[in-house]
Design a protein around this ligand. Sequence first.
Ligand SMILES: [Mg+2]
Length: 171
Amino acid sequence: MFKNLFPDHYYDSVFEIPYKDLKSEGIKAIIFDIDNTLAEYRFAMPPERTINLIKRLQKMGLKVCLLTNNNKRSLDRFNKGLKLPAYSQGLKPLAGKAKRAMKEMGATPAETMIIGDQVLTDIWCAKKIKAKAILVKPMSDRDIWTVKLKRGLEKVILSQYEKSLKAAAVE
Ligand SMILES: [Mg+2]
């Protein structure tokens, strides 16, 4: 069950992702979630570490954009210094804006990855557009209540995912 919601990779944070390797596997474009992925929930501005990461990815020649389910005001505030292509009210897991983001970056699904902290929004959305799905652990344990509701089911899915990894390792 839930196999179609398993991430392709699961990392501790956006800073642990081997971007170089993924690039050599053909990834050209990244769609980042914001809350609890690039910054702690309710953190209005990107932390220094995140700014440096984005710059490094751009220098590597990767296209980067932001896709949040949050509103435009929060997104604009966060993106003020970054000036990335960005989409608010993403309605993830719905695919509409992710598809648009991918198209505007000129990338195919095989060349795109979505990076986020939630299975039921970010990972599901990536699966829908057939992009690579990268899950990271949430940056903080604070969530808005709508997200808190989803964390229970997410735990079930992730424990199945981890079991499947262990089973694969034994084979
Ligand atoms: Mg998030």
